[in-house]
Design a binder for this molecule. Structure first.
Ligand SMILES: Nc1ncnc2c1ncn2[C@@H]1O[C@H](COP(=O)(O)OP(=O)(O)OP(=O)(O)O)[C@@H](O)[C@H]1O
Ligand SMILES: [Mg+2]
Length: 235
């Protein structure tokens, strides 16, 4: 029987600002099986980042329920959700969210240190090397380029061997060579460790490498049929 690691049921997210309600996610339901890979595509402002944050338990829906690794996030407080994230989830933010007072190496070590593990620097160094940053261990985020920060964020997301990885525009700031490195790391993890991948991307070439493609449209999620998306000519 299939093992569902993520189940979103009738998710709605409404933001209220300046006395106006804006429904960004509108009754979205989908599920994802263990080891599967899927991409969420759609225009800027269509709610992709919002949806990812809800699914990973970083944010709470206005309506609807989310089950992550079998845990019902709605019934949990922020501390419990943080625990589930640390145990099972890797998350790469669109804006990286590295801690500015820590070096690249220290940033990557944080999730394991939060678990109380010792001697975590060797694993952090290995991961930074895999993303091509062996010579940047001791740089602070402000001393790194955007693409380098993105790769540090990727290494940080991988260090706990997450069961499910959420990545928001994982290749957004990268040149072809580094994008390829990240793609290999993502799908390597997916194959070797059955890590479930949930990617948000504008890169249709990357989207077509995942098993399923979901498109955000007017707050709704529509599943694309395989092969139905023409590849953009790469630049
Ligand atoms: N905290 C907030 N308060 C009010 N509106 C918000 C908030 N966060 C996001 N929004 C609005 O929700 C909509 C969806 O935002 P979101 O970041 O999810 O889009 P996106 O699909 O990830 O876009 P992009 O491709 O540009 O990253 C946007 O119109 C945005 O203005
Ligand atoms: Mg976004």
């Amino acid at each position: 029987m299939s093992n569902i690691v993520l189940q979103a049921n009738q998710l709605t997210k409404t933001y209220t600002s300046a006395q106006r309600n804006l429904t960004v996610i509108d009754s979205v339901s989908f599920e994802c099986e263990e080891g599967n890979s899927l991409s969420i595509i759609g225009p800027s402002g269509s709610g992709k980042t919002t949806l990812l944050g809800l699914c990973a338990g970083l944010d709470v829906p206005t309506h609807g329920t989310i089950s992550l690794m079998g845990f019902k996030l709605n019934n949990m407080n922020e501390d419990d959700r943080a625990y589930i994230r640390n145990q099972y989830v890797g998350f790469v933010f669109q804006n990286f969210q590295l801690l500015s007072t820590l070096t690249a190496l220290e940033n990557v070590m944080v999730p394991l240190e939060l678990r109380g593990e010792k001697n975590v620097s060797a694993k952090a160094k290995e991961l930074l090397s895999r993303v091509g940053l062996a010579d940047r261990f001791h740089h602070y985020p402000t001393q790194l380029s955007g693409g380098e920060q993105q790769r540090v964020a990727m290494a940080r997301a991988f260090i706990t061997d997450p069961k499910i990885l959420f990545a928001d525009e994982p290749t957004g700031n990268l040149d072809d060579e580094n994008a390829q490195r990240i793609v290999e790391l993502l799908f390597g993890l997916n194959k070797e460790q059955k890590t479930t991948l949930v990617l948000v991307t504008h890169n249709l070439e990357l989207a077509q490498k995942t098993q399923r493609i979901l498109r955000m449209k007017g707050g709704k999620l529509v599943e694309e049929l395989p092969g139905s998306i023409p590849l953009l000519v790469s630049q």
